[in-house]
Write a protein that binds this ligand. Structure first.
Ligand SMILES: Nc1nc2c(ncn2[C@@H]2O[C@H](COP(=O)(O)OP(=O)(O)OP(=O)(O)O)[C@@H](O)[C@H]2O)c(=O)[nH]1
Ligand SMILES: [Mg+2]
Length: 288
């Protein structure tokens, strides 16, 4: 049996969370077309008769601008400390030079697989050329080309990972998918819909806290607080006559019902918490 910890890192929007979901064959980590969607380290397990991979999806690497960013980068760095293998995910369109500098900066001490994602967006000749350039990087064990959202070549990537894992007993029960509570994912799903529905800075000024999660006989009752930094942002979240938050509620409920496989009754409240992104106490309260 092979078992170990595999950490997924890279620039924002490279497709790290999409890749995690492709490995699991299940939508667990939230995905959006905007950068900095993931804010936590999200651990999930892929178990077969021959191996167990404990994946950590992490926030995209950025220069911290406020305390929330510092917490996000802490999630990246802590994930590197206990890794057996590291997956460095790049968007195939990224410049070779930029990626070279990033990989260098990280000084990763464990075997590193460079995952060239989104190859569906490039011509084959371009993909081959870049693949060769990436393969020459110091410290890169292997380059694997995938298309995470088309679930293309994921099996070969799993095989490449398993080859690098140590022998060992599984860390988690084979039926377990993650060690994070369902409530956490409920908050994430609402955050994902905020990334989908609102433009510009709004998703970044916002967090979601689940204040009630009650499993009743016929449905699950969820009460969520959407926290923003200023009164003006609350108005944008609500929309004219509350139209926008109604849409957010509908979309979130539908996705929650799919995820929980149950009927959901969802209530949303918007709260203003002045400058929460820079406030240690608020950050702690909101799970960062
Ligand atoms: N064309 C194409 N798009 C992809 C592929 N994989 C992911 N995407 C898209 O890329 C965007 C970013 O995906 P995410 O999985 O959220 O990226 P991430 O690296 O987790 O981003 P952060 O959490 O912000 O760091 C989404 O719009 C995905 O649908 C792919 O293989 N091909
Ligand atoms: Mg992500």
């Amino acid at each position: 049996m092979k078992a170990g910890f595999v950490n997924i890192i890279g620039k924002p929007n490279a497709g790290k969370s999409t890749l995690l979901n492709a490995f699991l064959g299940e939508k667990l980590s939230i995905v959006s077309s905007k950068v900095q969607t993931t804010r936590h380290r999200i651990r999930a397990f892929l178990t077969s008769d021959d191996y167990q991979i404990v994946f950590s999806d992490t926030p995209g690497v950025i220069e911290p601008k406020y305390k929330l960013h510092e917490k996000m980068m802490h999630a990246v760095n802590s994930s590197l400390e206990d890794a057996d293998v590291c997956l460095f995910v790049v968007d195939a369109r990224d410049s070779v030079e930029e990626i070279h500098n990033l990989v260098d900066e990280f000084k990763i001490k464990v075997p590193l697989i460079l995952v060239m994602n989104k190859i569906d967006l490039l011509k084959t000749a371009e993909v081959t050329e870049k693949e060769q350039a990436f393969a020459e990087f110091k410290g890169v064990e292997k380059v694997v080309k995938v298309s995470a959202n088309k679930k293309n070549n994921i099996e070969s990537l799993v095989a490449a990972i398993v080859e690098l894992l140590p022998e060992g007993e599984p860390y988690y029960d084979k039926d377990e998918l993650t060690d994070l509570p369902t409530k956490f994912f409920a908050g994430e799903i609402i955050r994902e819909k905020i990334f989908e529905l609102y433009e510009e800075e709004i998703p970044y000024q916002t967090t979601v806290m689940i204040s009630r999660f009650e499993e009743k006989t016929t449905l699950i009752k969820i009460v969520a607080e959407i926290v923003v930094q200023r009164e003006s942002q609350k108005a944008i979240l609500l929309g004219t006559g509350g139209s926008k938050i109604k849409e957010l509620g509908t979309r979130s409920r539908m996705e929650l019902e799919k995820f929980l496989d149950a009927k959901v009754f969802l209530e949303l409240f918007v709260k203003v918490r002045n400058n929460w992104r820079n406030n240690e106490l608020y950050l702690k309260e909101y799970g960062y």
